[in-house]
Design a protein around this ligand. Structure first.
Ligand code: PEP
Ligand code: MG
Length: 585
């Protein structure tokens, strides 16, 4: 049994067979075979080894003819390894004595060798591990033949394990069968992590190197709340997690039974709880969970995984889908936030040669550079405004002139629609995200021109603390509780209040229960959170008075270190959340 820890980014417990992406590309459907089948399975193993041997010999000849003897030697070494009687005997023993399938036995043995090479401390030998993985793939390909199952075609539940998943790969995971995912890299607020919430599956990122320790088909437990991955659990562990899984379900059901109605503090302060979505169908999940509307629709996900350009009609239909769940509640359409880690195939050329994508051509900057793209979306949003309470929000605004320029484009689109006699909503509120430190610092000036603010803490933290939100190696520098972040939030809340415009937080910080009392105490009245967090955030609000929240905010001003603020807030959680709903992460 192997236990690894990472950053839990989507709660819940999943138990299922591993699908090791990238190294394997296909799943081993069966780990064990019957005792009676052992000899025929061993014959199958030998047949596959012979096939791979033939392939390698053919490659050896080809290399010798075209490249010379020294290159052919690479293949000769592969052949020698694969024909090694000790290796073959080891695999056979597992099939005969432990009743493992040839697929499972081969990957277990080959991976152990690869691991040993990696651990010898010699760079050259460590690189040879890649050759063994290659052999494993070839052997599996022949063993599985037609049975080979690729991730896009899985027909049974799996837990996906990968080095990394891009947002578009994550967006395309088959929701019916992918029960959870775990990645070696990734940070707590990366878009891949956010998408796990959208898919509503447990997920862990930033686990570090571990894929070589896992074989396809091995049983995996993913505890998304505690950020724990268990490979090959023993029976006691398995039973423990089955119980945990059942109790987590009860906890969710209990909170769900209380979502109806407005969220008010004990003394009657109304707090709005909106949902963040990436796909239109999630709007309904938010409604069921008692959301007051949609506070952030990340519209760029319409492009993820799609090989084609999106038309005005595509956007319009997506917006109508969202409005259908909230016909008379706010729906905030954030204009395209493309770039950085969100690069659709059709626009790859736009983002070529950007040396630092998070600081490069991204988000509103792309829209202002590619006006047709921007106008197409704005037309759809303005038209959808006729059907519901739609609001437009620009991401990554960093200067007043940029905000004014974006608003000018909205006016241009009005004129076009007017000329064409197409109905649209002229008085649609236009707001902005505050997610660049310059915007937070200039909040007072912006508040005179924006209809609302929504603070994107995910980016605000990375830009203020210079810590990449997707990089686990700097995760200790990325902290929402940092006093510098709280200082900026206070500034934005004050500017909003003074100008009389609403301020929301739509970054992940507001989905984290421990920050709820602090943020309310600091003046926040609108939360926009991941769908799964809506019930727990509402529950907390109802369990506190405004005075309680203000006391927490006051206390926090006495601390100088993020670490102290965080541990104080974690302690305070108990006051506002019943013990059995307490997050363990
Ligand atoms: C944010 O930056 O906090 C935000 C909500 O936007 P995104 O996570 O999509 O960058
Ligand atoms: Mg952002």
């Amino acid at each position: 049994m192997l236990i690894k820890h990472g950053i839990g980014v989507s709660p819940g417990i999943a138990i299922g067979p591993a699908f090791v992406l990238g190294v394997e590309d296909f799943r081993v459907p069966q780990n064990y075979v019957s005792v009676a089948a052992a000899e025929s399975e061993i014959s199958r193993l030998h047949a596959a080894i012979n096939k791979v041997t033939e392939e390698i010999s053919a490659n050896e000849c080809l290399a010798e003819q075209h490249l010379g003897k020294q290159y052919a030697a690479i293949f000769a070494a592969h052949l020698q390894f694969l024909r090694d009687p000790k290796l073959i005997a080891e695999i056979e023993t597992r099939i005969r004595e432990q009743h493992q399938s040839p697929e499972f036995a081969s990957t277990q043995v080959l991976r152990r060798y690869a691991k040993e090479l990696q651990n010898l401390g010699n760079q050259y030998l460590a690189e040879r591990a890649a050759d063994i993985f290659d052999l494993e793939r070839s052997l599996l390909r022949h063993l599985l033949g037609e049975q080979r199952e690729e991730l896009s075609h899985v027909t049974a539940p799996v837990v996906v394990l990968a080095h990394n998943l891009t947002p578009s790969e994550t967006a395309n995971l088959n929701r019916e069968y992918v029960q959870a995912f775990v990645t070696e890299v990734g940070g707590s607020t990366s878009h891949t992590a956010i998408l796990a919430g959208a898919l509503e599956i447990p997920a862990i990122v930033g686990v570090g190197d571990f894929l070589t320790d896992v074989s396809g088909g091995e049983l995996i437990i993913v505890d998304g709340e505690e950020g724990r991955v268990i490979v090959g659990p023993d029976d006691d562990t398995l039973n423990l997690y089955r119980e945990k899984q059942a109790s987590a379900r009860t906890k969710v059901q209990h909170l769900q039974s209380r979502v109806e109605g407005a969220a008010e503090t004990r003394d009657g302060t109304r707090i709005f709880v909106y949902g963040n979505i990436e796909f239109p169908e999630e709007a309904e999940h938010c409604r069921i969970r008692g959301a007051d509307g949609i506070g952030l629709y990340r519209t760029e996900f319409l492009y993820m995984g799609s090989g084609k350009e999106r038309t005005e009609e595509d956007h319009y239909q997506a917006y109508l889908n969202v409005i259908r769940s909230f016909p008379d509640r706010p729906v905030v359409i954030r204009t395209l936030d493309l770039g950085a880690d969100k690069i659709p195939g059709v626009m790859r050329h736009v983002f070529r040669d950007i040396s630092n994508p998070e600081l490069g051509l991204r988000s509103i900057r792309v829209c202002l550079e590619y006006l047709t793209l921007f106008k197409t979306q704005l037309r759809a949003a303005l038209r959808a405004g006729v059907e519901g309470d739609v609001r437009i929000m620009f991401p990554l605004i960093s200067s007043l002139s940029e905000f004014r320029q974006a608003k000018m484009v909205v006016r241009d689109v009005w004129e076009d629609l007017d000329e064409q006699g197409i109905p649209f909503r002229r008085d649609m509120p236009v707001g902005m995200m505050v997610e660049v430190p310059s915007a937070a610092l200039m909040a007072e000036e912006f508040a005179r021109e924006a209809d609302f603010f929504s603070i994107g803490t995910n980016d605000l933290i990375q830009y203020t603390l210079a810590a990449d939100r997707s990089d686990p190696s700097v995760s200790k520098y990325y902290n929402p509780a940092d006093p510098a972040i709280l200082m900026l939030l206070r500034r934005v809340f004050a500017a909003g209040e003074q100008a009389g415009i609403p301020v929301t937080i739509c970054g992940q910080m507001s989905s984290d229960p421990k920050f709820v009392p602090l943020l309310i105490g600091m003046g926040l009245r609108q939360f926009s959170v991941t769908p799964q967090a809506i019930p727990v955030v509402k529950e907390m609000i109802r369990n506190m008075s405004l005075a309680d929240a203000q006391e927490v905010a006051q206390k926090v001003t006495q601390f100088e270190l993020a670490r102290d603020i965080e541990s104080y807030l974690r302690g305070e959680l108990r006051r506002f959340l019943p013990e059995d709903h307490f997050p363990q992460g």
